[in-house]
Each structure stands twice: as structure tokens, then as C-alpha cells.
Write a new protein. Structure first.
Length: 261
């Protein structure tokens, strides 16, 4: 059965807009992981979480062009550890034309609440960078919702709230701000399912956040598992899987401005 037949049988195609395939847990079998993803997905987007990962995700993109798409960035903890590398990421993002977004960047108050001001300064630099090069922002936020929405008032580009962990108030603020909400595969966890019905389809994206957040807490996650989220959302929303995936994919290409969207 070819890939088109497989995806038609499953319910169309779907995109994983956030997977850390540069993680060392994929080093031994990356080709097999990508092969499984290609059987079920239209594309996988690769965030950069550390300075070194910027180069690795670009290398993966060049190995699998038109399927793996790279971002440029540093997550909040990486920025705190090596703030001098932010300059290098800014240069990298401006020079590398294949970069599709600035991410993941943001605020991490769960692990570093004592560094709020430094984190906001770092995020401000990435917001300015995204505005300058006209690339969307992929945002990491843990226990920092009030500040993240305030900081993002300066954003002049599309904003994707990665692995959304907010509640009803944050959903409302995202809607009012015209932000996209990206649901990771932990949306399949019983404690998270309740959020699905409150998130409009026209701002919804899907991701795995691989190798993290396996939909059934069964070890390493991978992009092919994004289908588990799609099935759960289809069930909760009462919409055919193929129709749902068509909507999600259109949202994703539009949010990231890829493939002429």
C-alpha cells in the first residue's frame, strides 16, 4: 500500500508541527522514525531548543527536504545557561533561508521563577528578531501566562502556543489575540481531554513534542503518534477525521506561512 492509500485509509494527512528529532534518543534510528512518519504525515516541523540544536535541525531538513522543516531558537533554560549564544542564533536565523519560524522560545517559570526578568529580556530579543525577519513565533510557556501574553503584545507575526497547557482563561486570551493553540499528544491524557471542546478548530494545531509526552505514557514519543491526538479530537468534536485533518493542515501551513500559504 502506498503512502497516499495509507493516509486515505487513516483519514487524510496530518502535520506534526513540533518534534525534537535532533534529540539523542533518536540518534540510532532516525531514518526509521522518519520513515514511519512519512507513511502517515504530510510534514514534521523541528524546533531548536539549544544553540547546538539549531545546526542539527537544519542538517535533518537537508537530509529530508520538503518533509522536515527547521526553526531557529533557544528555549528559556538554554538562554539562561548560555545567554551569549542568543547573538549567534540571531545571526543564524537571518542567514539561513530555510528557517520557517523562531522557536522554541518563551518563559519557563516552573523551573526558573527566580529569573523572570532575564527571561523576559531574552524573549523580547526573539520577538524583535521574528518581527524583523517576518517569521512566526513558537512559544514555550510554563506557569507564566500573564507575562507571556503581555510580552507577546509586541509580536507583529503569527504566534503559536506550543504544547498548550493553559486553561479556559488562557484559551479566551489566545482567541482574543488571534494566536494559534498547538495541542501536544498529552491532550489524550484524561485530565486534559476536557479542554478540547473549548478550543476553536480554526486556531488549532497538532504536535507530539517528541520524544516527550507519549499519548499513553509509554516511553519515547515520535511524530507518527500525532494521529492519536487527531482521533481523540475527532471523537470529542464530533467531526470526521479526514475533515479535521484538512482543517488542521490548512491552519498549520497558514500559521507558519509555508508552501505558499
Amino acid at each position: 500500500m502506498n503512502n497516499i492509500a495509507v493516509t486515505d485509509a487513516l483519514g487524510g494527512v496530518v502535520i506534526d508541527n513540533h518534534a525534537h528529532l535532533d534529540d539523542k534518543r533518536f540518534k540510532k534510528d532516525i531514518d526509521e522514525v522518519v520513515k514511519r512518519a512519512k507513511e502517515k504525515l504530510d510534514a514534521v516541523f523541528l524546533p531548536a531548543s539549544s544553540f547546538r540544536s539549531n545546526r542539527r535541525v537544519l542538517q535533518l531538513h537537508r537530509a529530508y527536504p520538503e518533509f522536515l522543516y527547521p526553526m531557529a531558537g533557544m528555549d528559556p533554560m538554554a538562554c539562561l545557561k548560555k545567554p551569549e549564544k542568543i547573538d549567534d542564533v540571531e545571526i543564524w536565523a537571518k542567514e539561513e533561508k530555510d528557517i520557517i519560524a523562531i522557536g522554541e522560545v518563551g518563559l519557563e517559570y516552573y523551573h526558573a521563577a527566580e529569573e523572570k526578568e532575564r527571561q523576559k529580556i531574552n524573549l523580547g530579543r526573539f520577538i524583535a528578531l521574528a518581527n524583523e525577519i517576518h517569521k512566526p513565533l513558537v512559544i514555550h510557556c510554563r506557569e507564566a501566562w500573564s507575562d507571556i501574553f503581555k510580552e507577546l503584545e509586541r509580536a507583529e507575526v503569527n504566534v503559536i502556543l506550543h504544547a498548550f497547557s493553559g486553561g479556559l482563561e488562557e484559551i479566551k486570551r489566545a482567541i482574543d489575540s488571534s494566536f494559534y493553540i498547538s495541542l501536544a499528544t498529552n491532550i489524550c491524557y484524561p485530565e486534559n481531554i476536557r479542554l478540547i471542546k473549548h478550543i476553536p478548530l480554526d486556531i488549532m494545531l497538532l504536535e507530539t513534542d517528541s520524544p516527550y509526552l507519549h499519548p499513553y505514557r509509554q516511553g519515547r514519543n515520535e511524530p507518527a503518534n500525532v494521529w492519536e491526538s487527531a482521533r481523540k479530537i475527532s471523537e470529542i468534536k464530533g467531526i470526521e477525521l479526514k475533515e479535521l485533518n484538512n482543517i488542521i493542515n490548512k491552519n498549520t501551513w497558514k500559521a507558519f506561512k509555508v508552501r505558499g500559504a
